[in-house]
Design a protein. Structure first.
Length: 255
């Protein structure tokens, strides 16, 4: 059951697993919750803040990912209360696109200071990034000020969808589904720029995983796996800059 990290991780909650969050969302209403910006539906409300900036919209992947492009589409003002200003949107103007390993220390991957208020158009932003991070966010400072329903300045931000696209990393991980009664064998393809690899294992998500091994080989035998129990194995390619690529696969040992 090999999975290659060579496709977009857009609408990430469906594609790779993870958790959406935000600094706040409008009135605590479910229709404006952060996960609505990652549901693949451009006809719904999406996420909106509560008229406060700075504010942020964030996605935590279950394993580190190399994101090299992000894109968003803006929400109509009329979606948020029927105001008669449907030509404008609660769209961001000044923001940072940031990444983090732990949610405490952030790296600025991109910054913009002239965002557009046009609704119904995807805006794409490439990112010069070769490192795998677990957490990405848009950190908003101001909006476009085009919401005529409010006298400026107001601080509303709303995104119908936010998509995060992955790199064409060649890291392919494959864990054996049976075939051995004494081990699970995990193999992977070498990644350019990697100085070594880490092997992690869990029966659930990465935040419960244990680091089993670090080295330079392209195969690992887990002889401590309990027969018949499904395990998820993560391989993380590393160098002096940190994790440069990561992927996972499920496997089990025969009874």
């Amino acid at each position: 059951m090999a999975l290659a990290l060579n496709s977009p991780v857009a609408t990430a909650s469906q594609t790779t697993g993870g958790v959406a969050s935000a600094s706040e969302f409008y009135n605590g209403a479910p229709q404006s919750a952060p996960d609505k910006a990652f549901d693949g539906n451009t006809t719904t409300y999406g996420w909106a803040n509560s008229n406060n900036t700075p504010s942020w919209l964030r996605y935590d992947f279950d394993i580190p990912r190399v994101v090299t492009n992000y894109r968003y589409i803006c929400s109509l003002v009329t979606q948020w209360g029927g105001w008669n200003d449907g030509a404008h949107s609660w769209s961001p103007k000044v923001w940072y696109f940031q990444a983090s390993h732990d949610g405490a220390t952030w790296t600025n991957l991109d910054s913009q200071n002239n965002g557009s208020s046009v609704w119904g158009t995807w805006f794409d932003y490439p990112v010069a990034n070769s490192n795998a991070y677990s957490i990405y966010r848009m950190y908003f400072l101001t909006n476009t000020g085009d919401n005529a329903a409010y006298a400026p300045p107001d601080n509303w931000i709303a995104l119908t969808e936010l998509e995060l696209d992955g790199s064409n990393s060649s890291l392919i991980v494959s864990a054996s589904d049976g075939g051995f009664d004494d081990k699970v064998r995990i193999t992977w393809v070498a990644v350019g720029g990697a100085a070594g690899y880490q092997m992690w294992r869990s029966t659930n998500a990465f935040d419960t995983a244990t680091n089993l091994w670090n080295g330079n080989a392209l195969t690992y035998d887990d002889t401590n796996a309990v027969a018949g129990l499904d395990y998820r194995y993560w391989v993380r390619a590393t160098n002096t800059a940190g994790v440069v690529s990561a992927n996972s696969d499920w496997g089990y040992r025969d009874l």
